[in-house]
Design a protein. Structure first.
Length: 82
């Protein structure tokens, strides 16, 4: 099975690098896996927040069906991440 991946290079403060190094060592987990999981978690939270704001806007506009569907999706996503 071929995976679609892209390599990225970026700079980070030394303190953050040291924390990542320590966490990687303590968890016996590759740094790349930790960074990937962290980015995924961050993006999921930001997307959920954005989705929630849209649902609130629809409530404000009295579009209760659309808002209800979005709220249900947000709740489902939040329950899955626990």
């Amino acid at each position: 099975m071929k995976h679609n991946v892209k390599t990225y290079s970026f700079r980070m403060p030394l303190e953050l690098k040291e924390r990542l190094d320590n966490l990687s060592k303590n968890l016996s987990k590759p740094k790349s896996a930790i960074v990937k999981e962290t980015i995924e978690a961050y993006l999921n939270k930001v997307e959920d927040f954005s989705f929630a704001v849209n649902a609130l806007e629809e409530l404000k506009d009295r579009d209760y069906q659309k808002a209800s569907k979005k709220i249900d999706k947000i709740v489902k996503n939040l329950k899955q991440t626990k």
